[in-house]
Design a protein around this ligand. Structure first.
Ligand SMILES: Nc1nc2c(ncn2[C@@H]2O[C@H](COP(=O)(O)OP(=O)(O)OP(=O)(O)O)[C@@H](O)[C@H]2O)c(=O)[nH]1
Ligand SMILES: [Mg+2]
Length: 329
């Protein structure tokens, strides 16, 4: 399973209580107040960590708490501050309040860190109340509670290019040949169950772009059919969408209809996603039916360039790669 949305209950630490204490020592009858103040409660901090793949840690354990501050003690000892709770999430995580859609923060850059909840302040010990008119203060204050909240974390993959296509179009095969990724490839639909990001290198000039393989979309994906909606959010953050068509008509599909349907799904999902710049590649050019389908596509959409490729034979990929990069830079 891949966990890209979970509820999380977070709580910062309470401040420690202030202490009431007086110095008691032989031959010092009025030793004076020496109760220390409480320590500050720990914060809840969120850190984007590239080594974290998804949000499973929160699915299985939704409650996270920072440590409370320690109470003050006699002898003018202030309490120790509570330890922060550090929450590691994959870059691309969106933090929202549970009962509103308001976005609290987004972690986009690796190692980005945000203090989400602050720990409570420590209470004052009686030593801090000492003054010329109050030489034996018995006052102290309690520590204040830490902030808390119910959140929803949602992961939205970050990549330059998002691969979109029907199941079995060859998306994973293409990502595997173009990048360092090794995604499972098989001849049944929905082989891929979660998004994978691969790095596509341009060794001639040390450049690189990232590409995300998103599980296959089917008609009605935007209405949450198939693996649907859940996965369309993983193209929201991609700059370009690479629409991969199966020109060989495997599974008796018509690539022209596929193209229209994919555009419709993107439209239905979100107009901003639909407005992204897109590139069309026609895969499986090594199959007999492909040449004719390529011509049909070019005839039907003379204004849309299509890159004929064979992901398996690694044909046509240089042109596709160059085009993708030129749109990004
Ligand atoms: N003939 C031919 N077959 C290909 C080509 N690319 C992929 N395939 C085959 O198409 C089938 C599906 O490939 P995948 O890469 O798993 O397709 P996918 O789009 O990732 O599929 P899902 O993950 O199920 O959405 C596999 O049997 C591949 O071997 C190609 O260029 N030519
Ligand atoms: Mg796949």
């Amino acid at each position: 399973m891949f966990y890209d949305q979970t509820k999380v209950i977070l709580k910062a630490g309470k401040g420690g209580h202030g202490c009431v204490s007086f110095l008691r020592q032989k031959y010092m009858p009025n030793g004076g107040p020496n109760g220390g103040s409480g320590g500050t409660g720990g914060d809840v901090r969120i850190v984007a960590d590239v080594n974290v793949g998804d949000l499973r840690a929160f699915h299985f354990n939704p409650q996270w708490k920072a440590k409370n501050g320690e109470p003050g003690r006699g002898g003018d000892q202030n309490g120790k501050g509570g330890e922060d709770c550090i929450i590691k999430v994959p870059p691309g995580t969106v933090v929202q309040l549970r009962d509103s859609d308001e976005i609290v923060c987004e972690l986009l850059e690796p190692d980005q860190e945000i203090t989400l909840l602050e720990g409570g302040r420590g209470g004052r010990g009686n030593a801090t109340f000492k003054s010329s008119v109050n030489q034996t203060p018995r006052q102290f204050t309690d520590g204040s509670p830490g902030q808390e909240g119910d959140y929803v974390f949602t992961l939205k993959t970050i990549a330059d290019v998002g691969l979109v296509g029907f199941p079995n179009a060859g998306k994973s095969t293409l990502l595997n040949t173009l990048s360092n990724a090794s995604v499972k490839v098989d001849s049944y639909p929905f082989t891929t169950l979660f998004p994978t990001v691969g790095v596509v290198e341009y060794p001639e000039d040390y450049d690189r772009i990232t590409m995300a393989d998103v599980p296959g979309l089917i008609e009605g994906a935007a209405d949450n059919r198939g693996l649907g909606h859940r996965f369309l959010r993983h193209v929201e953050r991609c700059e370009i969408i690479l629409i991969l068509l199966d020109l060989a008509s495997t599974d008796q599909r018509d690539p022209l209809e596929d193209f229209l349907q994919l555009r419709t799904e993107l439209d239905n999902y979100d107009s901003e996603v639909a407005a992204k710049s897109f590139v069309v590649a026609g895969n499986k050019m090594d199959e007999p039916a492909s040449a004719e389908n390529l011509e049909r596509f070019r005839h039907a959409y003379p204004e849309i360039p299509i890159f004929p490729i064979s992901a398996i034979l690694e044909e046509g990929l240089t042109e596709l790669k160059a085009d993708l990069r030129s749109r990004l830079r």
